[in-house]
Design a protein around this ligand. Structure first.
Ligand SMILES: [Zn+2]
Length: 123
């Protein structure tokens, strides 16, 4: 069930429940709340792009992470390295960049060049 965030239309009339923002778990097809369930004052739905974006990234991250592990298990170091490298740039994950470098090393790449590359890109 998705979580929706609401805020009071008039913060000065808000009660303890709806002051600031509050979250409601609703089905996709449920009509949005128009009033606070506790005090009955008007509320409106806040679209929380940030939360959705983070969830999307972590979902994707888990999937990519799994694929990298599979490449590593199979000894496909350059595949693992390239995937980890691309993905670390995309989500700005430094640990993943280090993992990519480690896999590049195992794949027989020149690590000196790669480390220089990692330093310039992580700044
Ligand atoms: Zn309220």
């Amino acid at each position: 069930m998705p979580i929706y965030e609401y805020e009071p239309l008039n913060p000065r009339k808000a009660c303890k429940t709806c002051a600031g923002r509050f979250e409601v778990i609703q089905g996709m097809d449920d009509p949005p709340l128009t009033a606070c369930p506790s005090c009955g004052h008007g509320v409106r739905k806040v679209i929380s792009w940030c939360r959705a974006a983070i969830m999307e990234t972590s979902d994707e991250h888990i999937r990519v992470d799994k694929t990298i592990s599979e490449y590593e298990k199979a000894g496909m170091w350059s595949h693992a390295a390239e995937l980890a490298d691309t993905h670390s740039e995309k989500i700005g994950n430094h640990d993943l960049k280090i993992r990519a470098l480690d896999n590049y090393k195992k794949a027989g790449y020149d690590l000196g060049t790669l480390e220089k590359h990692a330093k310039t890109t992580s700044d």
